[in-house]
Design a protein around this ligand. Structure first.
Ligand code: ATP
Ligand code: MG
Length: 872
């Protein structure tokens, strides 16, 4: 079977067991502060499992794109070195929400593997949870007994809490799990060592393929467990590993999922797979990472220097580095493999083809930037090596290695490799300590303590904020939170007009008022799809009836900005072309930000055109047409554009202003006239191929224009309100240039005159020619004089000593000729000493030094001191 056939057979099998087959959710998670990437099939069902979303289908199956490169699941360092962990992989899964449980789950898993795929029963092993004293849990005998119906008792292995008890997080749904492992070794190897002994032993050919989780408990904040009202089956099977088993291979990279890419890499890099381990690792790294990066970009996550973007950047850099070190690729090469990726995966994932140019541009730019960093790092390392050798040492410090790691993207093994070539080592303990410190810094910055929910009432939270700015409501539940030493509460209301931050639109602020008190809501966010109101203190009586009221002025300003982004999006497509696609947006009361795909800077004319188009639509005062809860197919028919990488439900909301039609859950103005006006205030680049526009509307546009007009008025007044202000400014600039030139000539003449006067006054003291002078001209004048005097006294002992009080500030200047320096005098030390008299400091070089100070009265004594010092 080909990999495509295997995937299809899984979906068909569970469809035949009455499962609803759904598409994969995007790999990049948006609007969830606890998760950057989908790392398991169950992520998109989290809200159903938590009871925050209704169960639409009690049985679901799918194939989910997963990424395990951060947080709880991080396989990044394994990838390439082993043959069965990937960064991005597909997870085949089936779910039951309060429907079937262990019996069916186990039976069907067995049926699918052994009857549909005909995997050899003698190669399979299963694990069950052994129980846990601290949690008061017995062995999962229930699962073991069901398994025993299908598989020899000898092949059922007990597993500990670490491997066989799954938890969503520190709190929340959890339960025992059963894993299915397969032994892919040759007959001889299997005879020599019993496969049972290798299960969970990191053997590359005895691997876990499928995990069946039986969620039956809820873990509370105090650590105790309570039964889950609706039990959940959650399974996940590694698709690439399953292909290995079905296709009779021993490595994921030998299946048709990876072979085409490995061949392409071999061709581009002039190497072959299977010849040397080092090259193989590097080829696997590139073959794996290129998928992840390309899919992340189509999902809307570009490499950047923060959060999810930074994770993607690091993956790309890892591929570049392996290519650089082991495949001899010193110029950007990964982007050149994108056509090959599209060739092998483009059919199943058409978005790759659609966004090909963007993917290639982004990768190329990133590769080139990182190669430059890499070379800088290598130069730094070269210097460290030389310094270490010169100091007769053989070890570089952990701090140096960490700097290379942290700033230049050098992992420890690369640094070690280069050091080894130079006969050096590094202090690994120190390095690890630095690493630990960094991790702690990150953890402290991110940690949030979550209390248990206190439930007051049952029911769902109803959002009325599309139509109302206030309503009566009661508190459904609340919990205490703490982050960075600050405590606050999350409150869920039975009914709420507060919009929770989503799709780039910031959350509402406002108040909760009862007969007795008023509580300020500082923000509203979605957590696991639950709208939570953030308050700094709880009401005294949490069971009161409250009036929830949003800050309406604020909301009006937000709505104007949000609706304006829709008009902006349309105008950009009109002016720049249909390749323009939204890549992110941020809408607050003050301004709006809109990121979109486009390959060059917008010209001033283009910006104007866009502004004019938007403002025309605003003046047309087009009424809002809103469609709530319509099927997505119908929305598409209306012409609404769905963004790739955005997760939409089956029912969507459409926002239409004439020809602008978008899928959007945000709040909007009743008619475009409410936007007042849009002005673009900035246009910039956020990444290769992505531009950003910042703009203001309504009152903020008015403020902007006020400021511009006020500035203009002030300028006019400064120019006595002449009729042609531009001409007047130009003339002033020209006049100024002429005056400046005249001034320079004048200063030069003055300097020459002064020099001549001073020369006449030059005295001979103790065989030293001394010019000393106290004046009120700028120190610059005297400094400029130095080159005019220098030549005259090149072979004489000569000191030029100036004190000047210019604009009330005293300064000292001392110049000494070469013979003076030869005789051991140092202008810098002398001036620094004398500067004490003017309460100042300064310095310079042996032949010339200056000082500035505060006490002008001390200038005479300072000069006397200098004279004394240079003539003794
Ligand atoms: P392992 O111990 O092999 O890392 P796991 O315990 O982390 O696996 P689960 O979290 O149970 O795996 O995920 C379910 C299935 O997904 C696994 O049985 C495996 O087939 C697959 N899987 C997990 N991690 C990866 C990965 N990094 N690459 C490819 N497949 C994976
Ligand atoms: Mg794992």
């Amino acid at each position: 079977m080909t990999s495509n056939e295997i995937r299809q057979s899984f979906l068909d099998f569970f469809a035949s067991k009455n499962h609803k087959i759904v598409p994969s959710a995007p790999m990049v998670v948006k609007d969830d502060p606890t998760l950057m990437f989908t790392n398991a099939g169950m992520n998109q069902w989290k809200n159903i499992i938590l009871g925050n979303d209704p169960i639409t289908y009690p049985r679901i199956a799918d194939s989910q794109k997963c990424l395990r490169v951060s947080g709880k699941h991080n396989d990044l360092e394994e990838v390439g070195h082993d043959t069965y962990h990937h960064t991005m992989f597909e997870m085949l899964g089936n779910w039951s929400f309060g429907d079937y449980f262990k019996n069916e789950a186990i039976e069907w898993a067995w049926e699918y593997l052994t009857e549909v795929l005909k995997l050899d029963k003698d190669r399979l092993y299963v694990t069950v949870f052994e129980g846990s004293k601290e949690d008061g849990l017995e062995r999962d005998n229930e699962a073991a007994e069901i398994w025993a119906k299908f598989i020899d008792k000898n092949r059922i292995i007990d597993g500990n809490k670490h491997d066989n008890f799954w938890e969503m997080g520190d709190t929340g749904p959890c339960g025992p799990c059963s894993e299915i492992h397969i032994d892919l070794r040759s007959e001889e190897e299997r005879k020599a060592i019993d496969g049972k002994l290798l299960v969970n032993g990191d053997h590359p050919q005895v691997i876990e393929i499928w995990n069946n989780v039986f969620m039956q408990y809820n873990r509370k904040a105090d650590g105790s467990l309570e039964p889950l009202p609706k039990k959940v089956i959650d399974t996940g099977m590694g698709f690439e590993r399953l292909c290995v088993a079905v296709q009779g291979k021993t490595s994921n990279y030998d299946t048709d999922v990876f072979q085409p890419m490995l061949k392409a890499i071999g061709k581009k890099c002039d190497c072959a797979y299977g010849v040397s381990e080092k090259t193989d690792v590097a080829m696997r790294v590139v073959a794996d990472h290129i998928r992840t990066i390309a899919f992340a970009i189509t999902d809307g996550q570009l490499p950047s220097n923060a959060k999810a973007g930074y994770v993607i950047r690091r993956i790309l850099r890892r591929a570049v580095r392996y290519g650089y070190t082991f495949l001899n690729q010193h110029a950007a090469f990964i982007y050149k493999l994108i056509p090959d990726l599209i060739e092998s995966m483009g059919k199943a994932y058409p978005e790759l083809k659609q966004q090909q140019t963007l993917i290639e541009k982004v990768i190329k730019e990133e590769e080139e930037a990182f190669l430059r960093t890499l070379e800088t790092g290598i130069r730094l390392l070269d210097k460290i090596i030389v310094d270490t050798k010169n100091a007769n040492k053989t070890e570089i410090t952990g701090v140096e290695a960490f700097t290379l790691y942290d700033t230049y993207g050098f992992p420890l093994d690369l640094t070690e490799l280069i050091l080894k070539e130079n006969g050096l080592t590094l202090n690994e303990n120190e390095f690890n300590a630095e690493m630990q410190k960094q991790k702690e810094r990150a953890r402290n910055a991110a940690s949030v303590e979550t209390g248990d929910w206190v439930s007051l009432l049952e029911g769902d939270s109803i959002f009325v904020g599309y139509d109302q700015t206030s309503c009566e409501t009661k508190i459904l539940r609340y919990r205490k939170m703490a982050s960075k030493g600050k405590e606050y509460y999350q409150v869920v209301l039975s009914k709420t007009p507060f919009y929770a931050e989503m799709g780039g639109q910031v959350g509402d602020t406002g108040t909760l008022t009862s007969n007795n008190e008023k509580i300020i809501v500082i923000d509203t966010k979605k957590e696991n799809n639950l709208p939570v109101h953030i308050v700094e203190k709880l009401p005294q009586n949490v069971s009161d009836v409250f009036v929830a009221e949003i800050n309406a002025d604020n909301r009006t300003a937000i709505e104007a900005n949000h609706s304006a982004t829709h008009l902006l999006h349309e105008a950009l497509r009109q002016v720049l072309g249909n390749h323009v696609e939204q890549k992110g947006s941020y809408v607050s009361a003050n301004s709006l930000r809109f990121d979109f795909s486009h390959f060059q800077k917008l010209s001033a004319e283009e910006i104007r055109k866009v502004e004019h188009l938007v403002n025309k639509k605003i003046r047309q005062n087009i009424s809002l047409q809103e469609y709530r809860n319509i099927p997505i197919a119908e929305a598409r028919e209306l012409g609404a554009m769905a963004l790739f990488g955005e997760k939409y439900g089956e029912e969507v909301r459409v926002i239409q202003y004439g020809s602008s039609i978008e899928l959007c859950g945000g709040t909007h103005v009743k008619a475009t006239g409410c936007i007042g006006m849009l002005r673009i205030v900035a246009e910039s680049s956020v990444a290769a191929g992505i531009r950003r526009i910042e703009a203001v509307t309504a009152e903020n546009a008015e403020k902007l224009l006020d400021t511009l007009q006020d500035t203009q008025t002030t300028i006019r007044e400064l120019f006595n309100n002449v009729p042609n202000i531009l001409q007047a400014i130009k003339k002033t600039i020209d006049d100024n240039a002429v005056l400046k030139k005249k001034m320079e000539d004048f200063m030069h003449e003055k300097t020459m005159n002064m020099r001549n006067t001073l020369l006449e006054r030059a005295a001979n003291i103790n065989n030293v020619k001394v010019i000393k002078h106290i004046g009120e001209d700028s120190p610059e004048l005297y400094k400029n004089m130095v080159p005019l005097l220098k030549g005259k006294f090149a072979d004489t002992k000569f000191a030029f000593i100036i004190g000047t009080v210019y604009e009330g500030k005293p300064s000292l200047i001392l110049f000494l000729s070469q013979p003076m320096i030869d005789a051991g005098f140092n202008a810098s030390t002398i001036v620094r000493e004398a500067a004490k008299e003017i309460q100042g400091g300064g310095g310079g070089q042996a032949f010339m030094a200056t000082a500035g100070g505060k006490n002008a009265d001390g200038i005479q004594i300072a000069i006397d001191k200098i004279v004394e010092a240079v003539t003794k």
